[in-house]
Design a protein around this ligand. Structure first.
Ligand SMILES: Nc1ncnc2c1ncn2[C@@H]1O[C@H](COP(=O)(O)OP(=O)(O)O)[C@@H](O)[C@H]1O
Ligand SMILES: [Mg+2]
Length: 371
């Protein structure tokens, strides 16, 4: 079998640029060399794409980053209907694996560009990617499917600035509906950026202001006291959920510091210590949430397990979760018997499958003409 050329897109115009370079280092080192030829395409912080002449890393041990070299003569362009080009010449890839987190990568924008270029890609499509980026829209879709979510209220920057009493009224309404403490966060963001736990009502306005630094809308939720459970799901039409894991944070919540800076900030427990029945409930709910959101390829579905009620509540959906071999996503698959290299092959295979299914569709009543 001829090896497939896989373009690995990484870096990007996002707060999670470095996280992506780290995920990409893992992906590129673990692709099955008999089946795939990786072609690294680094995206700098301005959003420009560069074909990498060689595969180079910085960092050490488990913490390695794929280097991005920005040389003008290797700038990659996207040609609608034709694919990629570098220095004016076609750059042939069989599939693109976007190893990009957050804005301009996980949010449907790159996916749309690749659709226009006619290039197969791994992971969720345009609609599901864009949906998952918006926590309020995702939860509305889940509510429509009768799935249990953490309840929420939203406020826009314009509404918050509209009248001097707007925020005060919202604070009181949220307290009356949800009790205290509250959580306030941007509707579209990630990495816990702009997320605050509000213990006292005086902290409410600054928390909303902080959230509105990262997005034009903020959301307010009850603080769920309990455990944070996550579940990997992989598949297109027949998604499969793996054994759930748990995040045990040593901070007041799983904040940016606990995620990336403090080595003792949080512990990942895989599989989560849950009775068999609970595990199965989480897996079933993860698959239902994945399907309801129309995800293809892969996603990590995040939950809270509320201590008081025992309820499993959906929190959010990540179509391109942290993706190193030691990330939660990969570890949950591994715990269920799917090792990281095989996981990568599976996700690539699903990307080709989805592309073929779409290729077989007819886009107009007359056949396409070329040239
Ligand atoms: N309603 C909530 N109750 C309790 N903790 C929360 C709540 N919402 C968020 N958190 C905490 O904040 C973290 C980040 O929030 P999350 O909604 O997952 O956004 P992000 O996309 O930034 O990861 C969570 O992992 C959790 O620790
Ligand atoms: Mg999260």
């Amino acid at each position: 079998m001829e090896r497939k050329t896989i373009g690995i897109l990484y870096g990007g115009r996002t707060g999670e640029h470095e996280v992506s370079c780290r995920s990409a280092a893992s992906v590129i080192s673990n692709l099955d060399p008999a089946a795939y030829l990786p072609l690294p395409i680094g995206i700098d912080k301005r959003g420009t794409w560069y074909l990498q002449e060689r595969i180079a890393f910085t960092g050490s041990g488990d913490i390695r980053y794929l280097v991005i070299e920005a040389s003008e003569d290797r700038m990659v362009t996207v040609v609608p209907g034709r694919g990629l080009a570098v220095a004016g010449r076609p750059l042939v890839v069989d599939l693109i694996f976007p190893v990009l987190h957050g804005t301009f990568g996980e949010d449907g924008t790159i996916q749309g560009l690749l659709e226009i270029a006619g290039i197969p890609y791994a992971g969720a499509g345009v609609l599901a990617s864009a949906l998952a980026m918006d926590k309020a829209m995702t939860k509305s879709v889940w509510q429509r499917a009768d799935l249990p979510v953490v309840p929420f209220m939203t406020v826009s920057k314009v509404e918050a600035a509209g009248s001097p009493k707007a925020l005060e009224e919202l604070a009181h309404a949220a307290r009356a509906r949800f009790g205290m403490p509250l959580f306030v966060k941007p509707v579209c963001a990630g990495s816990s950026l702009g997320v605050s736990r509000v213990e006292a009502i005086e902290q409410f306005d600054p928390a909303v202001e902080e959230a509105l630094r990262f997005d034009l809308r903020a959301m307010v939720e009850p603080c769920i006291i309990g455990r944070e459970i996550e579940c990997s799901v992989v598949g297109n039409d027949h998604p499969e959920a793996y054994l759930p894991g748990e995040i045990v944070s040593n901070h007041s919540f799983y904040d940016y510091e606990a995620k990336y800076l403090d080595p003792d900030g949080a512990r990942i427990v895989v599989p989560a210590d849950l009775p068999e029945k609970r595990r199965e409930e989480v897996r079933a709910l993860a698959v239902a949430a994945y399907r309801a959101a129309g995800i293809e390829g892969m996603a990590r579905v995040d939950f809270f397990l509320e201590a008081k009620s025992g309820a499993i509540l959906l929190n959010e959906l990540n179509p391109i979760p942290g993706f190193t071999n030691i990330s939660m996503f990969a570890r949950m698959c591994e715990a269920s018997g799917l090792p990281y290299p095989a996981l990568l092959s599976r996700i690539i295979g699903l990307g080709f499958e989805r592309f073929s299914a779409h290729e077989a569709l007819q886009y107009s009543i007359s056949p396409a003409t070329s040239g």
